[in-house]
Design a protein around this ligand. Structure first.
Ligand code: HEC
Length: 410
């Protein structure tokens, strides 16, 4: 459905722009808060507790943070909330357009769990809403007084959610649902807590009443959570380009490990902002990432097929001709037949698949020339990442994959 593709393009584009604005503003204010210095006496007298100077885009900026609030309400006061709201709204719209309109193609993987489209969508919504409600409820209990214990509880919840999602949905559908839950938690923190606290502060200033420091303190815990969740959610936003992660047999563990190391690296920057430079965090984070990459992509030995060995010799002696190349050896013919059965439904000039009306990513295997030219990709996707045929729609067997693996050895 071309209109759906265009809708997806515009909404995704908007989502990325809004997300850049949200996380950019968030990074900026964290940096700002952590970089404030003790102001001169005359500023302190006005109630300013920290200030800093910056130069950007051809001008000098002087920023001051008040201990409580200004004496009188400024005429214009800038809020930063629509970045968050519009990122979430467009993200949910994208989830619906991509994963719920085409649930059979993107959300359901029969090899993981067969279910109807309606059931998959309901499970998806339940996971996001359920997780967000549990988090929000926990924030309002005494648990919130123990930030470290709370952090552990939050991690446990994300592990459970990752496990459930990857055992219900296709790999990429699962990852995106974990991301949608994290995004929902982050925006709910802004909407249900940070914004109301700020409204109280603004009203107090407007009515010349004292500001209760407890208002800001409640929002603090949630800002800390949002801060540590930024890098993990950014990974999930780009994860669907990396099938080696979501297609891994332990994809839930890959996700958890990547999120944990990302949060750890975020910790380095948080400390650095307050002047504590701890390279050990960055180094252990880099080692962690490397360890994950090695674990995920460690070559798994593919079964070897030997039946074709006589035909190898023929392949080596064939002279290339100017005519349209044709499969020559027995193995070549076998490969072409496999591509016809398992790939051409989608990857052809005029696909016959019921969902993919255009060759996905423009990848076509109409003839032997295209097949040989894209041999590395074909081999990679069928024997290494094994995410093709897409969701194994045509049930390609391990024996068939082994034939492609043996072709790779030529
Ligand atoms: C049901 C449709 C379908 C079938 C059948 C299918 N593919 Fe795909 N293929 C896709 C989709 C969709 C994508 C894009 C995935 C994405 O968004 O990353 C894709 C992407 C690819 C890519 C990645 C191109 C790139 O530049 O990243 C390769 C390579 C590929 N397929 C090879 C194959 C091979 C080989 C087969 C047969 C064994 C096959 N596909 C069968 C739907 C299909």
């Amino acid at each position: 459905m071309p209109w759906l593709d265009w809708l997806s393009l515009f909404v995704r584009w908007f989502h990325v722009i809004a997300g850049v604005a949200w996380i950019g503003a968030s990074f900026y204010f964290i940096w700002l808060d952590n970089s404030l210095e003790t102001p001169p006496e005359w500023k302190k007298k006005q109630g300013i507790k920290g200030d800093l100077w910056a130069v950007h885009g051809g001008g000098f900026y002087e920023v001051a943070k008040y201990a409580y609030g200004p004496q009188t309400m400024p005429k214009t006061l800038h809020w930063f909330k629509w970045e968050a709201y519009s990122t979430w709204l467009s993200g949910i719209a994208l989830l619906i357009i991509v994963y719920y309109f085409a649930a059979a193609a993107y959300l359901i993987d029969p090899a993981v769990k067969s279910m109807s489209e309606a059931e998959a969508i309901l499970r998806g919504i339940a996971l996001i809403a359920g997780g967000a409600i549990i988090y929000e409820t926990a924030c309002r209990t005494k648990l919130a007084n123990y930030p470290k214990v709370f952090a552990i509880a939050l991690v446990v919840m994300l592990v459970v959610v990752s496990y459930l999602a990857t055992h219900w949905f296709s790999g990429r559908g699962a990852y995106i649902h974990v991301g949608a839950l994290i995004g929902t938690i982050m925006v709910a923190n802004v909407w249900l807590n940070i914004m109301p606290a700020q409204r109280k502060m603004v009203n107090a200033v407007a009515n010349q009443q004292p500001i209760d420091p407890a208002w800001g303190a409640g929002a603090k815990l949630r800002s800390v959570h949002n801060n540590y969740l930024t890098l993990p959610i950014l990974f999930i936003m780009i994860s669907n380009h990396y099938p080696m992660t979501y297609q891994h047999p332990q994809n839930w563990l890959v996700l958890v490990a990547l999120m944990a190391v990302a949060a750890w690296i975020r910790h380095f920057f948080n400390l650095r902002h307050v002047g504590k430079v701890k390279p050990s965090i960055l180094i252990s984070g880099a080692i962690g990432m490397l360890a994950i990459a090695l674990w995920v992509s460690w070559p798994r030995t593919a079964p070897v097929v030997t039946a074709h060995s006589e035909s190898n010799a023929a392949a080596e002696t064939t002279e290339p001709t100017n005519a349209q190349p044709q499969p020559v050896t027995e193995l070549d013919k076998q490969i072409m037949a496999l591509v016809e059965t398992h790939c051409q439904g989608c990857h052809a000039s005029s696909p016959t698949d019921d969902i993919f009306r255009v060759a996905p990513l423009g990848v076509k295997f109409d003839n032997w020339e295209q097949v040989t030219r894209q041999a590395p990709q074909i081999i990679h996707r069928t024997t290494v990442t094994r995410d093709m045929p897409f969701l194994n729609k045509s049930n390609m067997t391990d024996e068939e994959r082994a034939v492609i693996a043996s072709w790779a050895q030529q």
